[in-house]
Design a protein around this ligand. Structure first.
Ligand code: URA
Length: 232
């Protein structure tokens, strides 16, 4: 791909802005100043702008620790979205949140521009587990656990088997693992048993846990190994 297009895509700037930066000798490819806007780059080239590394991968995968109160959609219809929280250096055209978390749910949100990856992540047939930590207003009992684990019927629909594991002696803090992502699924599964979820946090996608060092609202790129752990 041409250098000006690659820069424009990566930095969410116009082609003319990219060309201007190249002309000003601000852009290096593999350590060498390049002044030709049509210089041919490959995905493995390392590009810097004013000495700062630019992520020019065609596809990017971002882990965000979503805080409460933001919408996990590309258009929040006037409300702040997870995309609004991304730092400038990570913004680029075509990014979207892969899957939804409710406005009041916190935790692991994956943001990408790779539609095929997102489709695979969300498709129930691909069986990518999503793990949640839920705080409940009442304890679960063996009957509730069995209903989750057998694949419960919810509003006339048979759900895929899920796992439910109490984490405290009161049985009010639980880990739930789902293989599908229906609207308000965790909350509705508990409500069927008269239990309200008072706090919900996604703690892992596939085999990849949310980075505990990532503060709420912060984001970082996934490494290649982490990306593999998601779909492993
Ligand atoms: N289930 C829910 O009820 N809400 C979420 O945000 C995610 C899963």
């Amino acid at each position: 791909m041409r250098l000006d297009k690659k820069l424009a895509d990566a930095l969410n700037i116009t082609r003319s802005e990219a060309k201007a930066a190249i002309k000003q000798k601000a852009v290096c490819v593999n350590g060498r100043v390049i002044t030709a806007a049509d210089f041919a780059c490959s995905d493995s080239d390392s590009i810097t702008l004013n000495g700062q590394a630019v992520n020019t991968q065609t596809f990017v995968y971002i882990m965000m620790n979503k805080p409460q109160g933001v919408i996990s959609a590309s258009d929040g219809k006037g409300e702040p979205t997870v995309l609004d929280l991304l730092p400038d250096a990570m913004r680029r055209k075509g990014l979207f949140p892969a899957g939804r978390l409710d406005k009041d749910t916190t935790g692991f949100m994956l943001i990408t521009n790779d539609g095929v990856f997102a489709h695979n992540l969300l498709s129930p047939s691909k069986h990518v587990d999503k793990t949640y930590l839920a705080t409940l207003d009442k304890p679960v009992d063996d009957r509730v656990i069995a209903d989750f684990e057998n694949g419960m019927e919810l509003n006339g629909e048979r759900l895929l088997q899920a796992s439910l594991r109490p984490l405290n002696t009161e049985q009010t803090v639980v880990e739930v693992v789902l293989r599908q992502g229906l609207y308000h699924q965790v909350k509705r599964m508990f409500l069927k048993h008269g239990i309200t979820v008072t706090a919900l946090r996604r703690t892992a996608i596939g085999q990849l846990p949310l980075d505990p060092a990532l503060r709420e609202g912060d984001s970082r790129y996934l490494t290649a190994a982490e990306l593999q752990a998601i779909t492993a």
